[in-house]
Design a protein around this ligand. Structure first.
Ligand SMILES: Cc1cc2nc3c(=O)[nH]c(=O)nc-3n(C[C@H](O)[C@H](O)[C@H](O)COP(=O)(O)OP(=O)(O)OC[C@H]3O[C@@H](n4cnc5c(N)ncnc54)[C@H](O)[C@@H]3O)c2cc1C
Length: 407
């Protein structure tokens, strides 16, 4: 009689948010658990032999959208219908996610009970709450952003209408379009509109005397951004605070808007686009004890929830944190990689403890190649360092970049 195959225990990982941070966690963890070098980690040299502990995984990604939305492309997607098509890819069309160990659910996570390791979610278009059990929980739900900073649609089809309607409305403007807000979003939005529609009069107005006034960046970067914006053909009004708009008629009897500023200046425009960012953390589903007063996760350097949260070592949030907010997509992917690495380290620790008899539950791994049975290896957690201020701004055909060398 042949021997019975050992039952394979599968580790369940629940990731909230399928954007830069969430996909980075899922795919790096999948690499590691397959014994491969993680795609965002350092590449091993040809003569370096890397042996990585393998585990069977069941990753569930929950996102409110039906696809991956490339948020950083928003300013161009809201200027060009052709680009808008490329900016949102449905999850079932992303080759890397078509794997038996990854499933993507469209819906909204509403609460998490770390004690029971259960999250509740409501599927898109449903009113029913479903429970999802997990072994590891990852919060990668980023920020909630208003229109027109990002589209508000949850389905690609609806998003294309939303972007198309906006583009047609702003580009039909005879008297031009006024963008309010000289932060990164307003600057890029104004520059992309002017680049794609050179005939359009685009005016950017900002209430302060420097662009990017809420960013802790050197003045040189702020001044350079203003120069590039003007070079790109955008009219820029500094120290202009929007007071109100009123419908009026122009000399030809056409309807347009009169835009009034608190300094007494007024101008005609057909459209006013508010690029004043009011983004808030999407963390309402997390226990209060894990959040600071603004709603950001009180993240630990190794990306776990604070020790006051039950089971903190088995929960690894990425992307929303008070220590290093993912204000850049690269930082979100980096945090996702760290979270994946640390979960993988914790999985090995648990497996060792089970093998040494500290835990009665069955082993989770399919295979373990790196450690001996008697000498437990301490987990090598990666720790996040403070992310220094940096920015990369596309201003028409030019760009402004700043940050520490090598960042
Ligand atoms: C207009 C604009 C331009 C930008 N330009 C740049 C740039 O040029 N370079 C740069 O580095 N960075 C840029 N950024 C910043 C960058 O977009 C963010 O750093 C990045 O999006 C953070 O990624 P994330 O994965 O943490 O979160 P997000 O991109 O915010 O994604 C979070 C995901 O979670 C989902 N979600 C939220 N709540 C729930 C819930 N309860 N249940 C299920 N799903 C949920 C959302 O649908 C979303 O898909 C820009 C941002 C904006 C708005």
């Amino acid at each position: 009689m042949g021997s019975m195959p050992e039952p394979v225990n599968v580790t369940r990982v629940l990731v909230v948010g399928g954007a830069y941070g969430g996909l980075s966690v899922a795919l790096n963890l999948q690499d590691l658990c397959r014994g491969l070098p993680p795609r965002c980690g350092e590449k091993p040299t040809d003569d370096e032999q890397v042996v990585v502990a393998q585990f069977a995984l069941d990753i569930t990604i929950v996102d409110e959208r039906d696809g991956y939305y490339h948020t950083i492309g928003s300013p161009l997607a809201l200027a060009s219908e052709a680009f808008a098509e490329k900016c949102w890819v449905k999850y079932d069309e992303i080759p890397a996610l078509q794997s038996p160990d990854i499933r993507v659910l469209q819906g909204s996570v509403k609460s998490v009970d770390p004690e029971r390791k259960v999250a509740s979610y409501v599927g898109h278009g449903s009113t029913e709450t479903t429970e999802l059990q997990y072994d590891y929980f990852v919060a990668a739900s980023g920020l909630r952003r208003v229109w027109p900073v990002v589209p508000q649609s949850l389905r690609r089809k609806q998003y294309l209408f939303e972007a198309g309607d906006h583009i047609r409305a702003v580009t039909a403007a005879k008297h031009g379009v006024v963008i309010v807000g000289g932060g990164a979003v307003g600057i890029e939005m104004a520059a992309e509109l002017k680049l794609v529609h050179p005939h359009l009069t685009v005016t950017l107005v900002h209430s302060r005397d420097k662009l990017l006034s809420s960013e802790s960046l050197p003045d040189e970067v702020k001044d350079r951004s203003l120069d590039l914006l003007r070079d790109a053909g955008v009219d820029v009004l500094m120290s202009h605070r929007l007071e109100r708009t009123e419908k009026t008629t122009d000399d030809a009897g056409g309807t347009c808007l009169r835009v009034h500023f608190t300094n007494g200046h007024a101008m005609l425009a057909d459209n006013v686009v508010m690029a004043v960012s009011r983004s808030v953390p999407s963390t309402t589903y997390l226990p209060h004890s894990a959040l600071d007063e603004e709603g950001y996760v009180k993240i630990q350097a190794n990306l776990t929830f604070p020790p006051t949260t039950p089971n903190p070592p088995t929960t690894s949030p990425s992307a929303t944190s008070s220590a290093g907010r993912a204000k850049r997509c690269g930082a979100a992917m980096h945090m996702g990689y760290f979270a994946a690495h640390n979960i993988h380290q914790h999985m090995q620790l648990q497996q060792q403890q089970q093998r040494l008899g500290k835990d009665d539950s069955p082993p989770r791994a399919q295979e373990q190649k790196t450690e001996t049975e008697t000498e437990p290896k301490r987990p090598q957690y990666l720790e996040l360092k403070e992310i220094p201020p940096m920015i990369g701004l596309a201003v028409g055909k030019q760009a402004v970049l700043t940050g520490p060398r090598g960042a």
